[in-house]
Design a protein around this ligand. Structure first.
Ligand code: PEP
Ligand code: MG
Length: 568
């Protein structure tokens, strides 16, 4: 058995097809005719743009708009003025187009790879993909056509680039195995969107696996089973059928209310990063958007989106959700979310540093652009604003004051907005939890961000492998904090939701029902399973679970008790 990272769920059983990217070879030439090489480069860029535009259209139609945008991202990158001017500079020095492309791309690949951040590392993979394709065009190298793979193929490659993935016919490919890549690489995103089981980061997969060999791709556990015997084949076939049956069973929850077994209705929302994601939330029957992570609108570009661009994005999400609530969180940069052009200094303790609302309130002109776009968009649906990383009520007051000023300006200009715009607080710091009673007097709602609340409560830096074992939402301290926040919101009479990962965790759900959570906001693909889990419990049963758990004194005991009760 080979091990890697399971990045796209499901089980695939099929025959190996090793795909080796054609490697363009060329003789590096110097002292070339600059005009000739410039023309060759420009022609290659045009060809690159033309073929990727067609590819993006195909992917958008067959997989999804967001996935098509990955390919469009490559078109933007090859036209990036900085990258282009560096290549042209190299050509002007007499280098042939191939050499210029290779050298400049390698510099960017090295630069992006050295940053210890998944998102930036992904940019390195994108540039590598662009380099390969540009060199293939310049040297006339033929590339593999993945659309020709036959039914039942398990694609094995060193690295699956977005341009390769885009050609896959999802009817024929039953599994993907690569030597490189991670959960957040674009190949993983595309595999998930196409619902093809995938295991990435399998060392030496291309050498170990042989063409036409039978393999099982276990995308759940990140395993590859080479030459499975008849028993193993039957075992995984059954698992595959169970997985598909479970997926279909979840589909029966579409169109149903989200309620506990004894009929208490709660709200089940989805988390999004772009307006387009709202389509996915709607397709999984989400009842609203509980968290729009607006920082994604600021990523993958070289300057901040202006007020109108932001306004259009927020409006688009509202229109897609057709009157259902959309909670827009104002910019949460800093911590692990870097945006190079914002010029944030590197900090020793980024998670405790100049992040989210701290940055925004210290840059009021910048923040005002976002708030104004949000307030203007509120005229187009059911919008609410949410403030991240609050530690004191002054921060909430400052945001509300800015919103009041913006409203006055809009009134003067007769620009419409929602007069009853709600302003809520993300409770994701121990400070906010401890003063939940104070915040609840002035906030219209709470949303618990368990991802950060867990890290900050336990004083665990999630990037530090030495203390990762401490990061757990099941820690008695975190569970008590969650209960406290919900209780305070209830006694102040304001709604309380949760938009951290814990909202979709089957082990946490009985506790959240018992504590009285009003709204669960989860990844779109977890909406139906969360609805199913909520429907399992009556309040009385959930209370019993909570009562037991609250008496336990360690995380270990809580996890094992929850597993015993919930997973049997
Ligand atoms: C959280 O902290 O739980 C949360 C939802 O916000 P983010 O994951 O974007 O920090
Ligand atoms: Mg957070």
């Amino acid at each position: 058995m080979l091990n890697g990272i399971g990045v796209s769920k499901g089980y695939g059983i099929g025959r190996v097809v090793i795909v080796k990217e054609a490697v363009a070879t060329f003789t590096p030439k110097t002292n070339c005719d600059v005009e000739v090489e410039r023309k060759r480069f420009n022609d290659a860029v045009s060809e690159f743009i033309a073929s990727n535009t067609a590819r993006a259209e195909k992917v958008t139609a067959s997989v999804g708009e967001k996935e098509g945008e990955i390919i469009l991202g490559h078109i933007m990158m090859i036209q990036d003025p900085y990258i282009c001017s560096e290549i042209e500079k190299s050509i002007d020095e007499g280098n042939c187009a191939e050499l210029a492309v290779e050298t400049v791309c390698n510099t960017f690949i090295e630069m992006f790879s050295s940053v210890d951040d998944e998102f930036t590392k992904q940019r390195a993979a994108d540039v590598r993909d662009i380099k390969t394709e540009m060199l293939n065009i310049l040297t006339g190298t033929q590339t593999v056509d993945l659309s020709l793979l036959e039914k039942g193929a398990v694609l094995v490659a060193s690295e699956l680039t977005p341009s390769m993935t885009a050609c896959i016919n999802k009817e024929n490919v039953v599994g993907i195995i690569t030597e490189l890549g991670s959960k957040t690489s674009h190949a993983a995103i595309l595999a998930r969107a196409m619902e093809i089981p995938a295991v990435l980061s399998v060392p030496n997969a291309v050498d170990i696996l042989k063409d036409d060999e039978l393999v099982v791709v276990n995308g759940m556990d990140g395993e590859v089973i080479k030459n499975p015997n008849t028993e193993e084949q039957a075992h995984y076939l059954q698992k595959r059928l169970d997985y598909i049956a479970e997926k279909n069973a979840l589909a029966s929850f579409i169109g149903q209310d989200t309620k506990t077994a004894d009929g208490t209705k709660v709200d089940l929302f989805g988390n999004i990063g772009t307006p387009k994601d709202a389509e996915k939330v709607a397709s999984y029957d989400g009842e609203g958007v509980g968290l729009f992570r607006t920082e994604f609108l600021f990523m993958d570009r070289s300057s901040a989106p202006n007020e109108n661009e932001q306004f259009e994005a927020y409006k688009q999400a509202l229109l897609i959700m057709k009157g259902k609530q959309v909670i827009i969180r104002t910019l949460d940069i800093g911590g692990d979310k870097e945006i190079p052009y914002m010029g944030l200094e590197k900090e020793e303790n980024a998670f405790l540093g100049f992040r989210a609302i701290r940055y925004c309130l210290n840059n009021p002109e910048f923040y005002k652009v976002q708030l104004k776009a949000i307030v203007r968009a509120s005229a187009y649906g059911n919008l609410a604003v949410m403030v991240p990383l609050v530690t004191g009520v002054e921060e909430l007051r400052a945001v509300k004051e800015m919103i009041a000023e913006i409203k006055a300006e809009l009134d003067e200009q007769s620009i419409p907005y929602d007069k009853d715009l709600k302003v809520g607080v993300m409770i994701e710091t121990p400070a906010a939890s401890l003063i939940a009673d104070i915040l609840a007097k002035e906030a219209d709602f709470f949303s618990i961000g368990t991802n950060d609340l867990t890290g900050y409560t336990l004083a665990v830096d999630r990037g530090n492998a030495n203390v990762e074992y401490l990061y757990s939402t099941y820690a008695p301290s975190v569970i008590r904090s969650i209960k406290h926040i919900i209780t305070e919101a209830k006694s102040a009479g304001i709604p309380v939701g949760m938009c951290g990962e814990a909202a979709a965790d089957p082990l946490m759900i009985p506790l959240l029902i018992s504590f009285g959570l009003d709204e669960y906001s989860v990844t779109a693909t977890s909406i139906l399973s969360t609805r199913k889990e909520i429907a399992r419990w009556t309040k009385e049963e959930a209370d019993k679970v909570a009562e037991t758990v609250l008496q336990l004194d360690t995380e270990k005991k809580i996890v094992s008790e929850l597993k015993r009760i919930v997973l049997n």
